[in-house]
Design a protein around this ligand. Structure first.
Ligand SMILES: [Zn+2]
Length: 135
């Protein structure tokens, strides 16, 4: 589960440890973090894997000239962060609240999905056991 701290652009910036682009590139660490992304890289093979802290959209295959906000928008237009489309420092309090609300809703949804999968797995196992015993 993602840390609550990923709400903060500074914290998101810290996750980009081996980001393959330099500050001169459009998709540099700051622009990525400001557009809501944090790094989910696990090694050299997915060094450019990044995820939105709010909608959970994961993107890779970045190019130096990619604009993180534009990519976020084109791949996750419904994301509340994209819809507000502002850097953290420019957010109004009401906008921040609506982002927090959306974050909580998304978290609950994700938890519900994981729980549902676990229940389905259990149900499958029980069914298999029953079939084995012909009950
Ligand atoms: Zn998003």
């Amino acid at each position: 589960m993602e840390s609550q701290r990923l709400f903060l652009v500074e914290e998101r910036m810290k996750t980009f440890k081996n980001w393959p682009f330099s500050d001169k590139n459009k998709c540099n660490v700051r622009n990525m973090a400001e557009a809501g992304f944090y790094s989910v890289a696990t090694g050299p093979d997915d060094a450019d894997a990044a995820k939105c802290f709010l909608c959970g959209k994961e993107l890779d295959g970045w190019e130096a000239s990619d604009d993180p906000w534009a990519e976020h928008k084109s791949h996750a237009a419904k994301c509340a962060f994209v819809q507000i489309g502002k850097n953290e420092d420019d957010l109004l309090f009401s906008e921040l609240l609506s982002i927090i609300k959306q974050y909580m809703i998304n978290n609950i949804k994700r938890t519900a999905e994981v729980t549902k999968e676990q229940i389905d797995e259990k149900a499958k196992a029980v069914r298999r056991r029953c079939l084995g015993r012909k009950c």
